[in-house]
Design a protein around this ligand. Structure first.
Ligand code: PHE
Ligand code: CO
Length: 272
């Protein structure tokens, strides 16, 4: 956790959950959420993966900040996941424990209007719009559950830093190859006004085939567009390739230097 977090942690329970005090959102906040939603709604048909697009259509979530309880009910019925309201970023053990119990933590506060284009810390727009729709996909939902359990295991093995890179390059900034071309499924991309088009059609970034060990070794930058993306074939592939026991992989990679975010290796396979 960073030193100064933005949310109000004073009322959080031991698992960092809070009430989503929906009545406390202002009309200006609902309007800002809608503006964010409307901007992304123009981009996602072209740049987001089909699984995400299909899920958002069933949510009727674009007019105001959603009520988590209502969405949770639908989600629970579909894949057994629910949303838990949190004040902001939470410690690793609390985060992994929620995921390992099929609960996704969603930040309650919304960014300020001057952060319309870019925000480093996750807010309710990023967490909800970016992450929640894909939890309606069965394979993705099962994968994230496995990730949560893998996180608790990585804590015991002192390997959270490596595992966090996997989350970053898949759940947050992952691309997928589809019949229509490369599409985004990472939440940091889907909720971004600028990076969503950049990651799919921009000429600068590297787009590499998904490679578990390459990812576990690669550092990332949190305050600018990514220079490297990893492209999966499907959520089935992601599930399959992350299923093996990471214990020996962590042990081996621990002895190797980390790779820079923009590293170029002779073994890299460019996906597009
Ligand atoms: N297979 C991983 C392990 O043994 C757990 C994991 C599953 C990690 C899915 C990430 C995603 O540690
Ligand atoms: Co996120």
């Amino acid at each position: 956790m960073k030193a100064a977090l933005r949310g109000d942690y004073s009322r959080a329970a031991k698992d960092y959950s809070v009430e989503q005090d929906w009545a406390a959102y202002t009309a200006a906040e609902h309007a800002l959420f809608k503006r964010l939603f409307d901007r992304q709604a123009k981009l996602v048909p072209r740049y987001a993966c089909a699984e995400w697009i299909e899920a958002i259509a069933g949510l009727d979530a674009g007019n105001e900040i959603p009520r988590f309880a209502a969405i949770s009910k639908k989600l629970k019925a579909k894949t057994g996941w629910s949303i838990v309201a949190v004040p902001g970023l939470i410690p690793d053990d609390a985060f992994f424990t929620h995921l390992a119990n099929r609960r996704f933590p969603v930040t309650v506060w919304l960014r300020k209007p001057e952060e319309f284009d870019y925000i480093v810390e996750p807010d309710v727009f990023h967490d909800f719009f970016g992450h929640v729709p894909l939890l309606f996909d069965g394979v993705y939902a099962d994968h994230l559950h496995e990730y949560g359990k893998g996180g608790l295991k990585a804590m015991r093995l002192d390997a959270v830093k490596m595992l966090a890179r996997l989350y970053w390059y898949t759940i947050e900034f992952g691309l997928m190859r589809t019949p229509a071309g490369v599409r985004a499924y990472g939440a940091g991309l889907i909720s971004s006004g600028g990076e969503l088009a950049h990651c799919v059609v921009g000429s600068g970034p590297h787009r590499l085939d998904f490679d578990l060990e390459r990812i576990l070794r690669t550092d990332y930058q949190i305050d600018k567009y990514q220079t490297t993306y990893f492209v999966i074939e499907s959520f089935d592939q992601l599930m399959r390739e992350t299923a093996p026991d990471f214990t020996p992989i962590y042990a081996r990679l621990r002895t190797q230097p980390a790779l820079a975010p923009d590293a170029n290796l002779p073994t890299d396979r460019t996906a597009v």
